[in-house]
Design a protein. Structure first.
Lengths: 155, 258
């Protein structure tokens, strides 16, 4: 229950506070950080539930198709929670690796849907360097601080 | 037992997918209502965070000197910080009002209560909805230029898709050459004009405005400036990268134009 309260707070912060912490177009993806943390800690059931919650949130507030976001975030949460048992969860590197993998999965599939389906053109390198790389770097940098902060919460 | 859990999980996910695929119309109706429900916490959070941000951000290069003066007059410093916020808001609203006077169509001012980006989606949520006269497809602009268009309206809130969103399409004209094209969003604060002629005369620095061929935007609203022209000898059309004139990442008040 507390996990979902934290998720609701994260959702509100994502659309109010996080854009102010952005540098021009570059912000960090707070829902992915929280999703990966709790998926690693609590397992794939919490992961898929949180993923569906964040998918619905981004689908309602964003411009993307609701189903796409629900599937992407749900799959990311489930996968991280499922394969997390093969890794040492307490390590920061594991957490950062999972955050990066989730970002790659979510952002590139969203890109393929948006640009291939809607604009009929793919320029993956341009997208990777101009949009994805800055967001990934910023998100990973923030993840370092949030990892220790969320660990201290002892939820 | 374990297989039962997976079966239940599979059934839940399949039902969710079926609902999301077939319940499109229903989902599109309830999305704006859900945003309406969280309007109050979003408004409160945005005002608090916007206030804190403006107080914390240095305003000019003489900050050390100002802080020294502020230390000497402690009571006035406290008032001036609060007054500065009011003055900034006043300046932004005057600028918007001057722009509003220029626009002859019916227009409605609104404040931003939530914003993206979320992934590639660029959007803002404003605090006016159908009860205030906002309808889908209204253009949204600032004094600096066009910002986007209204996508969905709830009773008291509306979702605005920004022009750099990949889903955005606007008919535009290059002001100098009068060439028409379609502006599409690229994400990351940039747009692209497509369907320009292969021998286009558009050059970097050209101003782009909304065109009369657009069914959504009123004509003549400033959109941005061309930064690069792309000509592919193997393509039927040329294209141009456009930087919007409005700062899409710091929007606080907007005007919705019919």
């Amino acid at each position: 229950m507390i996990v979902f309260l934290i998720a609701a707070l994260v959702a509100i912060l994502e659309v109010t506070a996080v854009p102010y912490a952005g540098v021009k177009a570059v912000t960090f993806n707070l829902p992915v950080i929280v999703l990966v943390f709790f998926s690693l800690k609590k397992g794939f059931r919490t992961g898929i539930s949180l993923g569906i919650f964040f998918g619905i949130f981004t689908g309602i507030f964003g411009v993307n198709v609701l189903l796409l976001n629900v599937l992407l975030y749900g799959a990311a949460g489930f996968t991280v929670g499922y394969i997390g048992k093969w890794f040492y969860k307490e390590k920061l590197l594991t957490f950062l690796f999972m955050v990066f993998l989730s970002l790659v999965f979510i952002y590139f599939l969203q890109y393929c849907y948006k640009f291939a389906h809607i604009q009929m053109e793919l320029n993956v390198l341009d997208y990777a360097f101009r949009i994805f790389a800055p967001v990934a770097v910023y998100t990973l940098a923030v993840s370092i601080f949030l990892f220790y902060f969320l660990k201290e919460l002892k939820v | 037992m374990r297989y039962k859990t997976y079966l239940i999980l599979f059934a839940l996910v399949a039902s969710l997918i079926w609902f999301l695929v077939t319940g499109h119309a229903f989902i599109n109706q309830i999305k704006p209502r859900l945003i309406d429900l969280v309007r109050f916490p979003l408004t409160v959070a945005t005002k608090f965070i916007a206030g804190a941000y403006h107080l914390a951000t240095p305003k000019n290069r003489y900050e050390d000197r100002i802080s020294l003066l502020e230390k000497k007059i402690a009571l006035l410093t406290k008032n001036s910080v609060g007054t500065q916020e009011i003055l900034d808001e006043n300046r932004r609203l005057r600028s918007l009002l001057a722009f509003k006077a220029k626009v002859s169509r019916r227009n409605i001012a609104a404040e931003v209560i939530a914003r993206g980006p979320l992934g590639l989606d660029s959007f803002i949520i404003i605090d006016k909805g159908s009860a205030d006269g906002i309808v889908p497809d209204m253009s949204v602009a600032k004094d600096e230029g066009l910002v986007g268009r209204v996508l969905e309206t709830g009773n008291n809130t509306s979702k605005v898709m920004l022009i750099d969103s990949p889903n955005s399409r606007i008919g535009v004209v290059a002001q100098r050459t009068r060439e028409q094209g379609t502006l599409v969003g690229l994400g990351g604060g940039f747009c692209r004009i497509i369907y320009l002629a292969r021998d286009t005369g558009v050059m970097p620095g050209d101003v782009v405005i909304s065109g009369e061929q657009s069914n959504i935007s009123p004509r003549g609203i400033l959109i941005g400036e061309v930064v690069r022209v792309l000509k592919n000898p193997h393509s039927l059309y040329a294209s141009a990268i456009v930087r919007p004139s409005s700062n899409l990442f710091k929007i606080e008040e907007v005007l919705c134009i019919e």
